[in-house]
Design a protein around this ligand. Structure first.
Ligand code: PEP
Length: 252
């Protein structure tokens, strides 16, 4: 069985002392046969995190990347720099980047290209907002977001990527999507990409994100169409995150 991907997105939380404590605790969870741990600390702490991770089993994820590789782009971080410090993955298109930094399909595609060219793996976030969900447009919205990438680049760019289905209305709200909905959307993404290229889909992981907690994790992670989870709030306190990992470890 492929190991499930469990990503802790710490967002704008923590400090040097806390990240150290956090990774030390995680080091006790690295030998699971069920999951692989990914950690996305604030970018500032990626270098330090790399120094103290004592096993390749914890993968480093950047919360952002710039579309450029070098030059006059004050405040930005390039894929090559991320690669330089052993980062492996980059979250792209997160709804918070769309909301607070006005990132759109065009920027997202440029960032995916920069990520790939830097030999990093994009974690591409897609998902509908609450109005679209209520109007039963979830499938269509997800399709359009993927379609933009394919039409304006090439389906091959999706090879060896992770797609994170993150309904916007479920992020940070305490209201997760129910498993039937997740199942339906993940199956639809597989069907849509397969209809264009049957081989690429085998090289894509589809994970879910949105208000994962100790009550819903079992049901969601055990679904065969869910390759892993992107976890925000429930990962910020190491006590809560390890509780989730313990739940998965105890699955039969
Ligand atoms: C996220 O921000 O990607 C996320 C899934 O957050 P939360 O778990 O807090 O909903």
């Amino acid at each position: 069985m492929n190991k499930k991907i469990i990503i802790a997105n710490l967002k704008l939380n923590g400090n040097l002392k806390y990240i150290k404590k956090y990774i030390k605790k995680l080091n006790k969870y690295i030998n699971s046969k069920i999951y692989k741990i990914f950690i996305a600390p604030p970018i500032l702490y990626l270098y330090f995190s790399n120094l103290i991770i004592n096993n390749k089993n914890i993968k480093l994820v950047s919360q952002n990347i710039d579309k450029n590789f070098s030059g006059s782009y004050t405040g930005e971080i390039s894929g090559k720099m991320l690669k330089d410090i052993n980062t492996k993955y980059v979250i792209i298109g997160h709804s918070e980047r769309k909301k607070y930094h006005k990132e759109n399909n065009k920027t997202i595609l440029k960032k995916i290209i920069a990520t790939k060219k830097s030999n990093l793996i994009p974690i591409i976030c897609i998902g509908e907002n609450i109005e679209e969900y209520n109007k039963k447009k979830s499938k269509n919205i997800c399709k359009k977001q993927i379609q933009y990438i394919i039409k304006n680049n090439n389906i091959k760019i999706l090879k060896n990527t992770i797609i994170a289905y993150e309904p916007i209305w479920a992020i940070g709200t305490g209201k997760n999507a129910d498993i039937n909905h997740i199942n339906k959307i993940h199956k639809y993404i597989i069907k849509y990409i397969s209809s264009i290229n049957k081989n690429i889909i085998k090289k894509i992981k589809i994970i879910y994100g949105g208000s994962i907690n100790d009550k819903n994790i079992c049901n969601i992670i055990t679904n065969k169409y869910v390759d892993g989870l992107l976890i925000g709030k429930s990962s910020w306190k190491i006590k809560n995150f390890t509780k989730l990992l313990n739940i998965i470890n105890n699955l039969k």
